[in-house]
Structure formats: C-alpha cells, structure tokens
Design a protein around this ligand. Sequence first.
Ligand SMILES: [Zn+2]
Length: 227
Amino acid sequence: MNQSKPAAGHAPAASDDAWLTAADEIVAAGRRLDRHGWVPATAGNISRRLPDGRIAITRSGCHKGFLTPQDVIEVDLDGLATIPRIRPSAETRLHTDLYRRILPEGAVIHGHSVAATVLSMHEPDRRSSDGSWDAIEFSGYELLKAFEGQDTHQASLHLPIYDNDQDIARLAELISPDLGKCPMGYLIRGHGVYVWGRTMDMALARLEGLEFLLACVLERRKLESRP
Ligand SMILES: [Zn+2]
C-alpha cells in the first residue's frame, strides 16, 4: 500500500487508497513530462477521475516536475474545488468537460511542448468545412498504431487546432462537440496539447506517441524549407 501523506487540498481519510494512488500517479506523470521538457515553468496540468467519480487535479501555479501529493486537489464536474480557498488550474474546465462528456473514468494530460506550440502556429494541413478548426494531418507513420482503433500505418489521422482563448469556459464550449471525434487529442494554438486515456498509463502513452509524431512533422518541415 502507498504510504504518501494525504493531499492538503482533499484531506482524505488515511485509508483513502484510491485517492492516494491517483495523487501518486499524477506526481509520477508530472516528473515524466518534466523529463521530456513538455511542462516548462508552471505550465501544463494533469488530472485523474477515480472509479467513484471524484476528480483529482494539479492545483494552480505548481511546477509539474516537483509535485507532491499535497499539490493534487479535488474538483467537481464544473471544475470548482471542493474545499474553499484552494485554487485549481485555470484550465480545469477543459479536463472536467472530457470527464463529463466522454471519460467516466481515466486521466487527462495537458502539456506545452515546443513542437506542439510551433506547429500549431504554422500553416495547417487541413481545415474543417465550417472553419471551426484547423488540423495537422499524420499519415504513413508506424506510430499511428499507438492510437486506439488504428492497426495500420496506412491510416491518416488529424489533430484539430483551436484558437487560444483566455476565456476557458468559451473555449470549452467550442471544443466540446468535437471531443468524441479526436482520437489523438487536440491542440490549442500557440499553447499546447490535450490528451486523455482510460488510465494514466494510456494517457501517457498517447501523449508520448503524439509528441513523437509532432517532433517528426516539425523536423520534416525544417528539412523541406531548406533551399
Ligand atoms: Zn496550458
């Protein structure tokens, strides 16, 4: 059994193993993201929805490479902290929208890698017919098989890009209708990527696969732009 101290933002009972496990998963995921350089400064956030429906998420303003279980707080489905005066991440609503709409249990990860940021600000490969999103298109990569439902590199998948917005509720409203149609996750322009999975390991694998593909696209564009 895990012996970590209870999270201050949640104050679980000492026997709340499910919460302590979720907090430890979030702390470990933060360290892994930091090793890759995907969560610079205090950027990014990580959450976990427990089987009983509770949502654990990183609090605002902490570096994800140096998290402790006390940096993990509980929020409700509206993204509000269950304990007053504890401030969740500004982007909590983007996590809770995923839990509300398509992920009854699982994990959501948001990172700010160089490749995701740069590519989201360049010419897109594709645009939606109604102009609500641009996208980066991936095809021919063996690693496409890392995404659920893909069993061949001959598939073509797209990663939608939404314009950044400091009004997170408005941004969530824009993205929400598309969530079931984003097998790779989604990008926010000039900002970062959101991925999710039914477990933390699945979300991390998806993020690693996606970041690898984004790095490949970035390298190829650099080669193609050489005279
Ligand atoms: Zn962010």
